[in-house]
Structure formats: structure tokens, C-alpha cells
Design a protein. Structure first.
Length: 117
């Protein structure tokens, strides 16, 4: 079992920045990837950024490329999402996802990000 906890959401003016954090605990030794997804009202959940724990490789949605950065701290099983130049369309609930080898998925409870003009 893996527990996933996010922090760092909030409200920010367009053009501003926020940093989300996600800490995974429990059976994290077999973590394959950690990722951030988001879901806006009426929309499907979509991938924002993904990080492969073993290689450090990253992947981003086109809509956030160059503005968001995913990073990790392996010592505390944490992953972060630095969000810069935020836009109104970034408003959503952001979820942290932990994928283990063997395809077991774990999700956090979500954290609201609201960007206002």
C-alpha cells in the first residue's frame, strides 16, 4: 500500500507562480513513475507532467511545456511541480499519481489551483 499526500494549492493571479508538493509513503521502493494530473470541471483528468524515478526522465503536456517543472527529492520520496506564468486555463484540481512496477496506481486526494485574472 502507498499513501500519497499533496500540498501547495491555492489561488494566484494570472502570471504568478505556485509550487505543489507530493510525498509518497509506504511501499514506495518499487515506484516506477510519479506524476501530476489535473482535472477541471467538465473535463477529463489529464496528464500534466511525469517523472520516471529510475532515470529521471520527464514528460510534459504541451500546454505546460516551458512553464511547469517537475522535480524530485528521492530522500523523502517527494515530487514537486513548480508552476510559473500561470494562466486561467490552468485552474483545476491537481492530483499526484504514483505508479509502481506491476502497474499499481495510487492517487492523492487532490489540491485546488485557481488562477484569476
Amino acid at each position: 500500500q502507498v499513501q500519497v499526500e499533496e500540498n501547495g494549492g491555492g489561488s494566484v493571479q494570472a502570471g504568478g507562480s505556485l509550487r505543489l508538493s507530493c510525498v509518497a509513503s509506504g511501499r514506495t521502493f518499487s515506484t516506477y513513475t510519479m506524476a501530476w494530473f489535473r482535472q477541471a470541471p467538465g473535463n477529463e483528468r489529464e496528464l500534466v507532467a511525469r517523472l520516471w524515478i529510475g532515470s529521471g526522465r520527464t514528460e510534459y503536456a504541451d500546454s505546460v511545456l516551458g512553464r511547469f517543472t517537475i522535480s524530485r527529492d528521492n530522500t523523502v520520496n517527494a515530487v514537486y511541480l513548480q508552476m510559473n506564468s500561470l494562466k486561467a486555463e490552468d485552474t483545476a484540481v491537481y492530483y499526484c499519481n504514483v505508479l509502481l512496477y506491476g502497474a499499481q496506481n495510487y492517487w492523492g486526494q487532490g489540491t485546488q489551483v485557481t488562477v484569476f485574472s
